[in-house]
Write a protein of this length. Structure first.
Length: 382
């Protein structure tokens, strides 16, 4: 380790920004050098994508600039990460090679519509920021027909988000006066709406969407998409507008580095360590098993919590103390009802007996808290 240790953070999303700020808030630039690398120079809270679809936000009004990090003496490089060389402890980007003393991998999950034949030609990607305005325009134009919301692989980011999307689309169509002539169908490969939250909450979510005449179809494993038609392993469904959540995988450089299998994620424990010394991984790029096949959901709150855990352990190590923080597995996700209220799914993945989940009543207070959640993240990180 050189005189001042260098913490290199790959990815400037929820995990990367949370870790960088936690370390800088506790150690000065005389004590640690911090570098964040991301191929884009902006950050946006994930759920804002749904507000852009609804038309209550624009992309430009919803992003924070990663260049702001420099004001906190956190270096920011807008570059693509091409190689993670764990043996030689360095990273290659488009223009340079950077070495590190501590590495935090927070590169998120990549969306792979190309894995589903016919999807890119015949459907839209509900999670792609480049397609949000077009989705909004298509919805505005719709006078009648079938909308299909289709989850095309598990796990995917923020499990309740597609359900929330269906409720916001329902409200949008009510406002434009065409809801009675447009059907909304929801297709999932899972047997229940939210497997990670358990059967009771899944039933509550099902009741919520059914109460708005949104039809849920379980166990629909997608094979391919044709013009106006979804082809599942068992059966087919017609649509006029397809909004898909494509399969998620770890970025290519992750499996090329050997940290994850192809199409898999980096396995971690609650200390977020990888098998390599001083190399940690947090957020959507990881798999953290709770029990059996149950894993921590891919969500910003969990990426943030894991990043704080890692940051605290790095701070302890820099002070030559023993690492002691473990990710607590606690978090909450808001679900907007489309009727100016929101409920909150409270989650405690590692509670003593078994994972605990609770769905609160849908209130205006929770909607205010959701709005506040976004403001706080942008103001404290950038
Ligand atoms: C519609 C929607 C709604 C959501 N709602 C919620 C919610 O209500 N609550 C919640 O907690 N979460 C929510 N999420 C999920 C949340 O956004 C993600 O779980 C979270 O962003 C994960 O954080 P992360 O740091 O792991 O990855 P990300 O935030 O995705 O950050 C990864 C970063 O790595 C960068 N990167 C990747 N590869 C490279 C490369 N090769 N070179 C350079 N940079 C690279 C990316 O550009 C990206 O900025 C939602 C997501 C969506 C899409």
């Amino acid at each position: 380790m050189s005189d001042i240790p260098h913490v290199l953070i790959l990815g400037g999303g929820f995990g990367g920004l949370s870790a960088a700020n936690e370390i800088r808030n506790n150690l000065s630039s005389m004590q640690v050098k911090i570098t964040v690398i991301d191929k884009k120079d902006w950050f946006m809270v994930g759920f804002v994508k749904l507000w852009i679809i609804k038309g209550t936000r624009t992309f430009e009004n919803s992003i924070g600039s990663l260049n702001e990090l420099r004001k906190k003496e956190i270096n920011f490089l807008k570059e693509e990460i091409l190689k993670i060389d764990l043996q030689n402890k360095n990273i290659k980007t488009t223009t340079r090679t950077l070495s590190y003393d501590f590495l935090i991998i927070a590169m998120g999950a990549s969306l792979t519509p190309e894995k589903i034949p016919g999807l890119s030609e015949n459907g839209m990607n509900l999670y792609d920021h480049n397609q949000l305005t077009e989705i909004h325009n298509q919805l505005k134009k719709m006078k009648s027909g079938n909308i299909a919301i289709s989850i095309m692989g598990m796990p995917y980011k923020c499990p309740p988000a597609p359900f929330e999307a269906s409720l916001l689309i329902d409200s949008m169509l009510r406002e434009t006066g065409v809801r009675d002539s447009v059907q909304i169908h929801f297709y999932s490969p899972a047997p229940i709406t939210l497997p990670a939250a358990g059967p009771e909450i899944s039933q509550q979510i099902l009741n919520l969407i059914n109460s708005e005449n949104i039809f849920f179809h379980d166990s629909c494993k997608i094979k391919s998409v044709e013009k106006n038609k979804l082809i599942f392993e068992h059966g087919e469904a017609n649509f006029d507008l397809l909004l898909a959540i494509p399969p998620h995988v770890a970025p290519k450089v992750i499996y090329e580095s050997g940290l994850a299998k192809e199409d898999g994620f980096i396995p971690i424990s609650r200390d977020c360590k990888t098998p390599f010394e001083n190399v940690y991984a947090v957020g959507d790029v990881t798999t953290l098993t709770v029990t059996g096949t149950l894993t921590v959901p891919k969500a910003g709150v969990f990426a943030e919590g894991e990043a704080v855990t890692v940051a605290q352990n790095i701070i302890l190590k820099i002070h030559s103390k023993k690492e002691s923080s473990l990710f607590d597995g606690k978090g909450g996700c808001f679900i907007e009802s489309g009727r100016d209220t929101a409920s909150l799914i409270e989650i405690d993945m590692f509670s003593e007996s078994k994972p605990l989940t609770k769905l609160t009543e849908s209130t205006t207070k929770h909607l205010d808290e959701k709005i506040q959640f976004e403001k706080e993240r942008l103001s404290k990180w950038l």
